[in-house]
Design a protein around this ligand. Sequence first.
Ligand SMILES: [Zn+2]
Length: 107
Amino acid sequence: MSINNKLPMRRKFKKIRYVEYEYKLIKNPHYNEQEKVHYERQGMYYPVEEYIEKEIPQNKYKESSHIEYKIKCAYCGGVGWVKRRDAKFCCGNCRKLNYRDNQKTKE
Ligand SMILES: [Zn+2]
């Protein structure tokens, strides 16, 4: 079967999620305002920082796209958008069913 170069095409966009870690200043859970006042009244240095830097995962999105080709499925006859221009079936199910049917006719 020859490859048809004049298949209708479309560009399919999708967003891909990935995680990036960013340093953020957050309130230190060990910091205690009353303790700090207590320390300072006694002329002592309070060693706990009010804010600490922490690595926090951030959801990020990037756009990606690929070309899809409009084909007529050799099994169900329906129209499908597929990534391969030489694909014969609209989906994996049709490919499987077609394969199964072929096996049956061989027997
Ligand atoms: Zn199909």
